[in-house]
Design a protein around this ligand. Sequence first.
Ligand SMILES: Nc1ncnc2c1ncn2[C@@H]1O[C@H](COP(=O)(O)OP(=O)(O)O)[C@@H](O)[C@H]1O
Ligand SMILES: [Mg+2]
Length: 350
Amino acid sequence: MKIAVLAGGLSTEREVSLTSGSMITNSLVRSGHSVCFVDIYTGLGMNSEGFGCAPEFTDKKIATYKVARRVPDLERLKVESGRGERRCADGVLDICREADVVFNALHGDVGENGQLQALLDMEGIRYTGSGYVGSALAMDKDITKRLLNDVDLPTPHGLALDMSEGIDKAVSEIMTRVGFPCVIKPCTGGSSVGISMSDNENELRVALAEAAKYEDRILAECKICGREFAVGVVGNTVLPPVEIIPHSGFYDYENKYQAGKTREVCPPENLSDEDIHRLNSITQKAFSVLRLEGYARFDYIMDESGEFWILEANTLPGMTPTSLLPFAASAAGIGYDELCEKMVRLALEK
Ligand SMILES: Nc1ncnc2c1ncn2[C@@H]1O[C@H](COP(=O)(O)OP(=O)(O)O)[C@@H](O)[C@H]1O
Ligand SMILES: [Mg+2]
């Protein structure tokens, strides 16, 4: 098959996506496909020498990208590329039209919020993962919370705020309606970018200023203390949960993508069959309520009383060497290549 792998983009998670995309490309090449890897923002491809060449369909392996320690500087990229806010480079849609299927390896921004999905739908182009409605619903952590709560699925008590109304108003509302300790996050972010925890008013002000760098809409949530898990879904299969144990701090950008910073355990120790069964049924219900398709990953915290709280749904979970969905799949006997093939097959069955 001819497969276009879309990666990069103008997103804080662009490096994560270039890493996912280059690994997916090599996997699809191993499986015998003709693959074109393209950064939708710059329009550049990757070959065995590295990132920056003209994109083309090829049966040759490409270089593997690696996530740097820090979040990329998008303002600099906008200036250096001369592309500003234009999110889809000339020629990208032509590559998609030429392909039998598009493998969406983007994370964040237009690749994950439904806009790209809607554009591909309008062109009659098939793509992996959820459609535009599910993507848009799951992208926004406040909307996700409301939909899940509506069917009695538990999410941490939280409050969405508009930072354009001023930081003092946000501080006072959070202090009266959420309290400490709390977690501050941009409503539509990912990879923990812009997320921090606060124990007091001073920390809260710093956390709000940090989150507001990325977005005006902010979510403040009660911090849940306990064990963290991620649960993946591929087609009709709920994968075994992965326990996430960072060596220090919480599961932030560095702990997510730098090897050796976090211990991932699958299947987790000391998690009963009853707990796993409960996680499965919550995950299945959440997948369907949010109208997701193909595959997804849900993030959970289990509090000290044993209750599972859903933090969020990821419609385009990472496919990097440290990512949780491929790790869980491998524990279930599904290797990386088989996982990518399954994602393609699910796209064609839609
Ligand atoms: N309410 C919360 N209580 C405790 N920890 C949280 C909470 N919300 C987020 N976190 C921590 O922050 C990380 C990122 O939060 P998450 O909501 O999954 O956003 P992202 O889309 O950036 O992954 C989680 O993996 C978890 O470690
Ligand atoms: Mg998460």
